[in-house]
Design a protein. Structure first.
Length: 311
């Protein structure tokens, strides 16, 4: 495949951004053509269902590519332009014009949200793998109970920060849903990575790392900034918050209970034990200074306080 040209109209665009814009326009064009073909050819109900399924898959791919493009710094005006051109039936042209992006003040990027959501998914997968790696009849130690509780607090903190930040940077409800979504197959891959590709020592180390109180501490400080900016507080409604932590944990544990990992009896016992251990609700009080965010610090990791969101 040849490298895309840098130029689009009179602009000099980095090749990686050109590739993303080309893909967005190409997927929008493909989806629109399939939709038009479906209406023009008619067909039975089964054919229509298959076509709609394919169109939805293409649209989801385009949504994910748009999220990636925004994270890479591609102006929203360019993304909107190429999507519209594709939907109207125009293929990418190296000389097509792109609008001038509006001047924007420095603000949080979608990359921050994506990082928090990715860690939430990893936390759920690691916790499910850790629980599954233990013998069913083995007692849970006080240390394990403390780490599990802290993981719940950390997930709740990251979930709140991701949702509030997504709202503050103008992510649509559809974009948030796409970013948070995890298919059953993806859960199996994520959990299987730790059960089959990692030894128990590596799994236990990562599990304890996800229970580091510094994760929630950094989120607390970020939420304090959002509160000062008027984007977080008791009088500010929660935005659309997809996939709460409890659901992530439940889906990850369900993936472990599948036939790919163990027999039915053991899986049922593990699932029952996990469900009993999960709290009724994983939530975060609105206050950035309230008790769900422990003030104590622990070993530093990728969510150190110095990596928190910029105001």
């Amino acid at each position: 495949m040849t490298e895309p040209h840098r130029a689009a109209g009179a602009r000099n665009i980095p090749p990686d951004q050109v590739a993303l814009l080309q893909r967005i326009q190409g997927l929008a064009l493909e989806s629109g053509q399939l939709l038009q073909q479906m209406y023009e050819t008619g067909g039975d109900a089964r054919t229509s269902v298959e076509a709609i399924t394919e169109i939805n898959a293409i649209d989801r791919d385009r949504d994910l590519t748009e999220i990636k493009a925004r994270a890479a710094g591609v102006p929203a005006e360019w993304i909107d332009r190429v999507r519209t051109l594709g939907q109207r039936g125009y293929p990418w042209r190296d000389d097509q014009s792109l609008p001038d992006p509006a001047p924007r003040a420095q603000r949080r990027t979608i990359r921050r949200v994506a990082e928090d959501v990715e860690q939430l998914k990893d936390m759920a997968a690691v916790h499910a793998a850790y629980v599954h790696s233990k013998p069913v009849d083995e007692l849970v130690s006080a240390m394990e109970q403390a780490v599990t509780q802290q993981i719940h607090r950390n997930m709740a903190a990251l979930w709140m920060r991701a949702g509030r930040t997504a709202e503050s940077i103008g992510m649509s409800a559809r974009e948030r849903t796409v970013l948070w979504a995890v298919t059953p197959q993806e859960w199996q891959q994520r959990v299987g990575h730790y059960l089959t590709d990692k030894d128990l020592g590596e799994l236990h180390t990562r599990w304890r790392g996800h229970g580091d109180p510094a994760i929630a501490t950094a989120a607390r400080k970020s939420l304090s900034r959002l509160a000062r900016a008027g984007e977080h507080g008791p009088d500010i409604p929660l935005p659309d918050m997809p996939m709460p932590p409890r659901q992530m944990l439940s889906e990850a544990h369900t993936a472990v209970a599948g036939p790919d990992f163990s027999d039915g009896a053991e899986s049922a016992a593990i699932s029952a034990a996990v469900e009993a251990a999960l709290p009724e609700e994983l939530s975060v009080d609105w206050s950035a200074d309230s008790h769900p965010f422990p003030a104590t610090s622990g070993p530093q990791n990728e969510h150190r306080a110095d990596s928190e969101l910029e105001p």
